[in-house]
Design a protein around this ligand. Structure first.
Ligand code: DAH
Length: 348
């Protein structure tokens, strides 16, 4: 190879090494072996040579071309490698990191209790009703035989809303689910209006309730479940059967004992507090209060729009939060409302 060709190859190699990108490399290639590249021009110049000269000159040019193409190929490869390395670095993935995953969700323990209560009562022919949490004074108190200024009103330390009802009395956050007794009775009567015989009223109404109260066993927002069975011949005996059956099913304990302890509620007469007693386990022997109950007061039956001489029955109100604590052995009510995943996860 001549000096001229040697230096051409050297300069091509240099240009290729200096090309920092694939595009620059292609430019450099064009300058040497492109259509009007320097080596290509040399080849064209051979036309004027003799056959003998063409042979030796051609062989040298070919060698030079091969050397340039080799250098080009090597540089292409190294640019591609560098690009790949950059890309890999940018998209690097630490496969040793712990994976992100979604934990399976679950129902809140109180929701589990609510579902359980609904199922058991549905099995005894009870409807399930839902009602407003912001209530009128009439529904929360007066209709339940608890008129304004009656001392029984102070049994519940109620939250009031800054809006007055039609009667000029502020709305309240219902302190119990009992207003659902009258609400449901009205809806039931309306639904069966004009028909010859109205079916009995048999309903439970679970939901949120509110009182100014907060400690290990009281929360300003808590849950209640109301029950009402009203017909022409429903007695206190029926209340005992229904509630005993409910408690034994709920706790899955046939040996559970129940006690109906005389009490006072404005909306029932007579009234009873219902206590339960476990025979085994950590709570064995202790009487635990789980509900208020009683025979629906004639004034309440009247406020439902029914004749108390014709309709009689019982009502009860229980605390699903309390039932949940007893069932799962939870000792602080506030755990239910803190939202701590370590606590809630245990009920999944
Ligand atoms: N509403 C009562 C309370 O919150 C509980 C209650 C007692 C409901 C007796 C009733 C009942 O339906 O008959 O303390």
């Amino acid at each position: 190879m001549s000096n001229e060709l040697d230096s051409l190859v050297a300069s091509a190699r240099q240009a290729f090494v200096e090309a920092a990108t694939a595009a620059q490399l292609e430019d450099a290639k064009a300058r040497y072996i492109g259509k009007s590249g320097r080596l290509t021009e040399l080849m064209k110049g051979m036309a004027a040579l003799s056959v003998e000269e063409k042979k030796t000159r051609g062989a040298s040019i070919n060698l030079a071309k091969q050397a340039i193409e080799e250098a080009l190929g090597a540089r292409r490869q190294s640019l591609a490698d560098a690009e790949l390395a950059l890309q890999l670095q940018a998209e690097s993935l630490d496969v040793t990191l712990p994976g992100r995953h979604r934990e399976p969700g679950g129902l809140h323990p109180v929701s589990l209790t609510m579902e359980r209560i609904e199922q058991i009562f549905a099995g005894m022919g009870f409807d399930v009703a839902d009602g407003p949490e912001i209530e009128s004074d009439w529904h929360s108190f007066t209709s339940l035989n608890n008129p304004p200024n009656h001392p029984a009103r102070s049994m519940q330390d109620t939250f009031y809303v800054d809006i007055n009802g039609d009667d000029g009395i502020p709305y309240n956050l219902r302190p119990h689910t009992s207003p659902m007794q009258v609400r449901y009775a009205h809806a039931h009567i309306k639904k069966h209006a004009g028909k010859p015989d109205m079916p009995e009223i048999r309903v439970i109404a679970p939901g949120r309730t509110y009182r100014v109260d907060s400690d290990a066993t009281h929360s300003p927002m808590f849950h209640q479940c109301e029950g009402l069975w009203l017909g022409r011949n429903v007695s206190f005996k029926d209340l005992k059967v229904v509630f005993t059956n409910f408690c034994r099913t709920f706790f899955e304990r046939e040996d559970l004992a129940l006690r109906f302890r005389p009490s006072f509620f404005p909306f029932t007469e007579p009234s009873a507090e219902i206590d339960i007693q476990f025979q085994q386990g950590p709570l064995a022997g202790r009487w635990l209060e789980v509900a208020g109950s009683g025979q629906v007061h004639p004034n309440v039956v009247r406020n439902m729009g029914l004749d108390p001489e014709e309709y009689i029955g019982f009502a009860f109100g229980m605390g699903p939060d309390r039932l949940t604590m007893l069932r799962y052995g939870v000792n602080d009510l506030r755990l239910f409302f803190d939202g701590d995943i370590r606590f809630l996860r245990q009920f999944r």
